[in-house]
Design a protein around this ligand. Structure first.
Ligand SMILES: [Zn+2]
Length: 154
């Protein structure tokens, strides 16, 4: 009987260790798997994307992983003509600006991401409130797989 209990105890400890830490590394790992994940405070229900370890609303430290549905609407945007070198490599420049935006997810959280499928050279055609759907942009450099969070009008 006693042995049974300790085995159960060990099993529970192992399970707790399997939980990925609530940090950027885990977040990026999930993006590689095409999952947009956030952390939710078990105490007050506040949601954070990217995840936080400590709740900024109630200072709770009990978090759980929650997968976002990946649907939302464009809340704000900016067209960027001079971006980082990897964007220049993709052919974005002054003549072809790309769009960076803030997306309000259905879950109520706002995330910053690249917005695909919109013409950055014609910002007047871009509308706030446009429904968007998540898209994962993978970039492989040597052994490293990096995934960028993007959204596209749905
Ligand atoms: Zn909280």
């Amino acid at each position: 009987m006693h042995a049974y209990h300790s085995a159960k105890e060990i099993g529970r400890k192992a399970k707790q260790m399997e939980v990925m830490p609530f940090n950027d590394i885990s977040y990026e790992r999930f993006l590689n798997q095409e999952k947009l994940m956030g952390s939710r405070c078990r105490k007050c229900g506040a949601l954070f994307v990217p995840p936080r370890t400590i709740c900024i609303k109630c200072f709770g430290i009990e978090m759980e992983w929650i997968e976002m549905k990946g649907k939302g609407k464009l809340a704000a945007f900016t067209c960027i003509a001079i971006g980082p070198p990897f964007m220049a490599k993709e052919g974005y420049d002054r003549k072809r600006p790309y769009v960076s935006g803030v997306v309000e997810l259905e879950e109520g959280v706002k995330v910053v991401a690249r917005i695909e499928g919109l013409d950055g050279s014609k910002p007047e055609t871009i509308e706030i409130g446009t429904p968007v759907q998540v898209e994962f942009l993978h970039r492989r450099e040597g052994e490293n797989l990096t995934t960028f969070l993007a959204f596209r009008p749905s």
